[in-house]
Design a protein around this ligand. Sequence first.
Ligand SMILES: [Zn+2]
Length: 299
Amino acid sequence: MTEQDFPPLAFSGCPLDRGEAIRRDEAAMSALLTQPASRRIVLRGGEPLMRADGRLVRYPLTDPEFAPEGDLVFLGFEDNCALFAGETSDASEPFEDVRFSDPRAAGMRLEAGESGIYAFARSLLLWRERRGFCSNCGGRLQAVDGGLRRDCPACSTFHFPRTDPVVIMLPVDGEHCLLGRQAAWPERMWSALAGFMEPGESIEEACAREVHEETGVCVDHARAEYVASQPWPFPSSIMIGLIVPAATRDVTIDPAELEAARWFSRADVRDMLAGIHPDADIPPKIAIARRLLEVWAAR
Ligand SMILES: [Zn+2]
């Protein structure tokens, strides 16, 4: 069994045609804002407005309900119709089976593809909110390319949305793998080790550095195996999932990062996946950490 046999990860699989060419055509972008077939999705405080059936709610642009504050951002095309996203401050309660959902819960409840659209919209809108002014000269920025770029008219600097890479990895040694737990996590919870990449390092080097910093374990990073990646819109990470052979086994944790690190057997991991382990749990299906464990346990 390989990662291809598993369902898509939450927040991935955005099915939209992102309309690369039309974004640069200002007249065409303006026209999309007046087309009756164009739709918008709604976020409030970063939470998506969704239906009980796992779909995002789509409004015609002229519909006054949950009107957007500020400009809409252009997400792309679905079935040749433009889809935008806007952040609303309308505090009214939605009707019937429609509601604003906690972002992580939405990742679990939204259909495949819909959660990818949401991740794109959430990261883009959060970036826009934090990037009102130029980090070079302090000038007010203007949205271009449907919101996928923000330009400074004063100093001509272009600003692009951030995507922050995070390595998340499962060091393995034969029939065992290394998991960590942080003090703030729920009791029994264990997960894959993870950390932000730093400038000037490869993915494999970041993997080796993080494992060693957090647990003292050395890995054979030249043999790190890429498993999967996942957009993680909190606010704008890309999780890069790896399985990596360990070169040493002794654990010395960094107490600033972890409360404990522990080698678990493949049988342990299968029990954790089944929810029947006597003293350990792993993250839910929304998390790529679980996918790494699923892939390794199935080997
Ligand atoms: Zn500037």
